[in-house]
Ligand binder design. Sequence first.
Ligand SMILES: CC(=O)SCCNC(=O)CCNC(=O)[C@H](O)C(C)(C)COP(=O)(O)OP(=O)(O)OC[C@H]1O[C@@H](n2cnc3c(N)ncnc32)[C@H](O)[C@@H]1OP(=O)(O)O
Ligand SMILES: CC(C)C(=O)C(=O)O
Ligand SMILES: [Mg+2]
Length: 517
Amino acid sequence: MSSGDHLIIFDTTLRDGEQSPGASMTREEKVRIARALERLRVDIIEAGFPAASRGDFESVRAVAETIRDSRVCGLARANEADIDRAGEAVAPAAAGRIHTFIATSPVHMEKKLQLTPDQVVERAVAAVSRARNLCDDVEFSPEDAGRSEPDFLCRIIEAAIDAGATTINIPDTVGYNLPEQFAGLIKDLLQRIPNAHRAVWSAHCHNDLGLAVANSLAAFGEGVRQIECTINGLGERAGNAALEEIVMAVRTRQDEFPCDTRIEAKELLPTSRLVANITGFQVQPNKAIVGVNAFAHESGIHQDGVLKHRETYEIMRAEDVGWGTNRMVLGKHSGRNAFRARCEELGIRFDSAGQLNEAFQRFKELADKKHEIFDEDLQALATEAAVALEEDQAVTLVAFRCCSETGETPVADLTLLVDGNEQQNSAAGDGPVDAAFKAIDGILGVRAELLLYSVNNITSGTDAQGEVTVRLERGGRVVNGQGADTDIVIASAKAYLNALNRLRNTGERTHPQAEGV
Ligand SMILES: CC(=O)SCCNC(=O)CCNC(=O)[C@H](O)C(C)(C)COP(=O)(O)OP(=O)(O)OC[C@H]1O[C@@H](n2cnc3c(N)ncnc32)[C@H](O)[C@@H]1OP(=O)(O)O
Ligand SMILES: CC(C)C(=O)C(=O)O
Ligand SMILES: [Mg+2]
């Protein structure tokens, strides 16, 4: 719990994070998240604003009673009642903190507090002194410091340290600052305030301009040793600096920073998921560190690079932040190397370059129709490709159109390539599949009995491939045919043709059951 020479991570998910409209948490939920934060080894957990409500007081107290390895903090305005309530709430903690604040920008002092700067200094000093009588660890924040006058900040911060503040937190409350400007403010305050060295300095940045993490890191570069942040960047308006981004930026770029955090990074993903599930604020896929795509590669050139040497396209290891591993997503941007590697992992071997090419071609065609290709899709593709190569597909589907309207008889219109010649036919049927089969029969003039027709979706989702199996019987011979497509009527036509081709190729076969369904 001591600050030592590491960067102190002050997590405010349960206080500022909870201020996101719609993110309110119950006491039990706060305790669950606090436990996760303790496993993550955050130094300080700001558990709530005890004066806000009885429920929040009880939540902060429950967290203080439960957590042993992180300091537990409660927020309080600069008034007696709030401070006493915060002191009472954190009293059971193994290590507690009272965090008191008052706004220092001209607009906040004049319009919101309706106090003069002298009155604000007076309240800040009284608040810090009162808090110090209740707790030996007191943090003071000049709210809206990012828009406050530096001279006034120097005055009030010096007074707060003299009154007993052990941490001075500089908030960019409305996310207005730019990184260089915020770093400049920190540097200026540290140089000009004579007793600055008696407190730990902290940054608390908001993300209104998407700069919360950048501003926090810039402040770290200028001497702050505590950063206030939240899991998934949850927080008031556009949120706070994201804890996982701060932690991994500092760890990954130790060449740029003076020290590291104590965070157990493998807990980042589980904690992110817990907070997302409890608050209902799901993380965007491209969110750094914890987004589902943060360690996923779909482009062939990237996949090829990562397969050859991970560091070509990854600056962190997925495993280090709680993911099982990085992820190769097969889609239309993927190349042969990733395709073959995944197939090999699934035990699919290609005996020849021709077989690989055939399967890869089919994979690209499918990928044009489907967002993501799953393992089951690959299995189906590999089977189809093998069948296509090993069998004489004398009849193939060239084009297909089907009109199906409420109250109207469905009509299928298709073109087949039969022994090298294109032939077209239309037919009506009881349903689109029946119409398709009849149109095929019309061209081929075959009479086979349909013994079985079944459809399975290979993967989930409305863009999933449907896999159709048909079983045909003619003259005592029984064959099965399979077809897969994102359109199940086309999958049906393919399966029917596959079976008809087999009937042609297995003219002499008498044990069709061996094929199984
Ligand atoms: C930047 C931040 O994140 S600050 C924290 C923001 N979080 C919250 O506000 C969540 C918890 N808040 C609450 O539950 C309520 O606002 C309470 C219980 C704190 C106060 O409720 P109310 O007494 O009804 O006051 P209300 O919220 O309407 O107005 C805030 C009052 O606090 C005053 N105030 C605001 N900040 C401070 C401060 N740091 N120190 C002293 N007084 C303050 C305002 O000037 C206003 O005073 P007024 O009533 O005399 O005009
Ligand atoms: C209470 C303070 C630190 C705050 O949340 C802010 O200014 O954003
Ligand atoms: Mg804030």
